[in-house]
Every structure is written in C-alpha cells, then in structure tokens.
Design a protein around this ligand. Structure first.
Ligand code: NAI
Ligand code: MG
Length: 367
C-alpha cells in the first residue's frame, strides 16, 4: 500500500514560517515512528496570485481533491488588500472549502495548564478544559436564499435566510456523533428551537441520528444559553454540534477561553473518500499575522496542533496525536514561550524555530 499523502499549502505571511516547523515534525514521524507520508507542496493565497494571477490554481485544487489531507498555513496580507474581491487571497481558501465540500468544522478549545492564567476567566474555570465545537460550515444563514438588499415599501430591506435540509443536518450530526464516540461519548446540540423552525428541524434530526449512537449521551441547549454556559462553566461540555452562524460565534467565544490565537488548531472535514478517510483540511485558526511576519516570532503551536488533528482524524493514529499534543503541553509546562505567550513580567521569548526544536526534543523524550 502506498504512503498516506499530504498536500502542504503554506500560504502567506507567517504561514510558511509556522509550516516549516510542521514539516520537521512530519519528518520526525517518518524517521522515528516509521510513518512515512508522501508530501507535496504548492501555493495558495497571495503566493499563488503572485505566480499565477489566481489565489488557487486549478491544478492545486485537483491535487487537494486527491490527497488524504491538506495542511494549510494562512493566507492574506496588506499587499493584497486592494485586489479585486474575486482574486483576493481568502478566495483561495474559500474555494478549497467549497469544492471539497467540507461541511464539518472542528474547533477544539483546550486549555493547557501552563497557560491557564492567559484566560480572561479564572484558572479553576478553565484549567484542564478540553472541548470540541463542531460547526456546520457549508449551509445555513451564510448561504441560504433568498438573500440580498431589496427595496420594499420605499425602504431598503436586508435579507438572509436560515435554511437547512434534513440531509445537511444529518451529515454534520453524524460527524459529531462519530467524534463523540472517539472522545467521551457526550454530545450537546445547540440551536434556537424555541423561536426558529430550522432549529426545530435541527433538534428532530439530531435526535433521530442519536438512535444509531446509543452509547452517546445527547443533550440539547438553546444557543444563547449555550453562550452563557460556555463562559460560566465550560468544563460541562465535551462535544458541541451547532449550525454555521451560531457555530461561528460560539467557536470564537470558546477559543478565547484558552488564551492565545497562536495555540488554536482546526480541522474541516467532508464526506468519506473511496479509502474511507474523510476529505480533510487542517489549518490554524489564526491568519497571516503581517505585523510579525518574517521576524521569526510566530508561534508554530497552532499549526503543529493542526497536524496532530490530522493524525487523529485522517490517519486514525490517536496515540501519535496524543504524543504530539503531550509534547506541546510539556514544552509549555517547561516554560518555553514564544512572544505571544509571554506574561507582562517578561523573560526571554523563543523564536519560531526554537519552539519547533523544543517540541521535537519533547517528541524524542517521549520514545
Ligand atoms: P491574524 O490572526 O493574522 O493576527 C491577529 C493578531 O494575532 C496579530 O497581532 C498577530 O501578530 C497575532 N498572531 C496571530 N497568529 C499568531 C501566531 N501564530 N503567533 C503569534 N502571534 C500571532 O489576524 P488579522 O491581523 O486580522 O489578519 C491578518 C491577515 O490574515 C489578513 O489579511 C486576514 O485577511 C488574514 N486572515 C487569514 C486567515 C486564514 O488564512 N485562515 C484567518 C484570519 C485572517
Ligand atoms: Mg469567526
């Protein structure tokens, strides 16, 4: 059997800097764990625009459809701000998500003990937090028709439509239940079934799907209460599944419970391919950070933890994903900090490469 395949799209700004550390970790898995990957690299975003006049070349799109997983750095930057909307760097990323039909966006919020004081909440509320939000990514209010700004009775009216089909709800619900089975078998579904018909259908379909997952404890919560509970007592949750709009807000809210943008990974998954693996794109939540790009200051952990998610969700090697996450945790516990993780008291921050060195040393120590 051939090796699993990875397409690396490092992108712009700090994207290539943080991805360079991930490449070293991929090599480490090949050398030390006998897990060789077939890795190819290509351009996305501004880098692709500079070379091809488009933020995602058709050949790159075709490659992304074939590989087992895509790893993306970040796209965008001030250099491209005045470009026409149709060729903006972000369009490259949107095209990938759309054409790969990545309907389930996985956003973990994990609070490493060493960073608990970074949260705006009390240490005891967030320490040990480890939850996952599954956000529906390809439908709902951001896509539903009719949409637009119209004139009615001599005034303007802005319209967006929250629309979900049964099959759209079912597939993201299955993704969330499958995930719950790999974690702690606890799932909370959030909608507004009290005021929205789309929420009533959401609740019905999620409940129907739950019949296939008798081991998962399912609960339902109105999304506004969910927002309150996330900041009041986030550790009550394990997996949360919700729609595109609520998921956008709730996942950003949950992410900030844990501190720095430089620590947050994500995965976007689609339907299973012929080999049983889901279509998959892994990327840090942060952008291209033009303010620190090219200075060796970027924290590579979000990108490294995104690769850990690839190990877990594309390559079914949860033990190796654990190994990598524990390596990052150990490095933080040892006090290794990039500049974004420094408290005001000071100390000397490490560079992007030194953070990579430290994670690799911790991986070596785990053998
Ligand atoms: P950003 O996430 O790039 O940066 C926000 C702040 O966080 C900056 O101060 C930055 O230095 C810091 N930061 C972000 N990642 C960091 C890391 N790994 N280590 C240390 N510090 C880090 O968001 P911003 O500034 O709003 O956007 C900059 C560019 O990135 C824009 O062109 C935007 O469109 C694009 N962008 C791209 C995304 C993507 O590729 N998925 C997501 C968000 C923004
Ligand atoms: Mg958002």
């Amino acid at each position: 059997m051939s090796n699993p395949s990875l397409l690396i799209l490092a992108g712009d700004g700090i994207g290539p800097e943080v991805m360079a550390q991930v490449s070293r970790i991929i090599d480490w898995y090949g050398d030390k764990r006998g897990m060789a990957f077939d890795v190819s690299e290509d351009l996305v975003g501004g880098a692709a625009y500079d070379k091809h006049g488009t933020p995602l070349h058709d050949d790159t799109m075709a490659k992304a459809q074939e590989v087992d997983a895509v790893l993306l750095g970040a796209v965008g930057g001030p250099k491209y701000d005045d470009l026409d909307f149709s060729v903006k760097p972000e369009r490259g990323l949107l095209r990938l998500r759309k054409e790969m039909d990545l309907f389930a966006n996985l956003r973990p919020a994990q609070c490493f003990g060493a960073l608990a004081d970074f949260s705006s909440l009390k240490r005891e509320v967030v320490e040990g937090l480890d939850l996952m939000i599954v956000r529906e990514l390809t439908s709902g209010s951001y896509f539903g028709e009719p949409r637009g700004i119209f004139t009615e009775n001599n005034e303007r009216v802005g319209i967006n439509t929250q629309r979900y089909t049964e099959s759209e709800i079912e597939r993201v619900a299955r993704a969330a239940f499958d995930l719950a089975m790999k974690r702690n078998r606890k799932l909370c579904s959030m909608e507004k079934a009290n005021v929205m018909e789309s929420g009533v259908l959401w609740r019905e379909v999620v409940t129907e799907v739950s019949a296939d997952y008798p081991e998962v404890e399912l609960s339902h919560m109105y999304a506004d209460n969910g927002a309150m509970q996330l900041v009041r007592a986030p550790k009550q949750f394990d997996v949360i599944v919700t729609d595109n709009l609520f998921g956008d807000i709730l996942s950003d809210c949950a992410a900030m419970l844990t501190g720095s943008l430089g620590m947050l990974p994500s995965a976007s998954l689609g339907a299973p391919m012929a080999n049983g693996r889901p279509k998959a794109l892994y990327e840090p939540v942060h952008g291209s950070a033009p303010d620190i790009a090219g200075q060796g200051k970027a924290n590579p952990c979000a990108c490294i933890l995104s690769f850990a998610m690839a190990l877990r969700y594309s390559f079914d090697t949860g033990a190796e994903a654990d190994r990598l996450e524990r390596a990052v945790e150990k490095v933080l516990a040892d006090g290794v900090r990039t500049a974004d993780l420094m408290q005001k008291e000071g100390g000397t921050p490490v560079s992007t490469t030194e953070m990579g060195d430290a994670v690799i040393a911790a991986l070596d120590a785990s053998l």
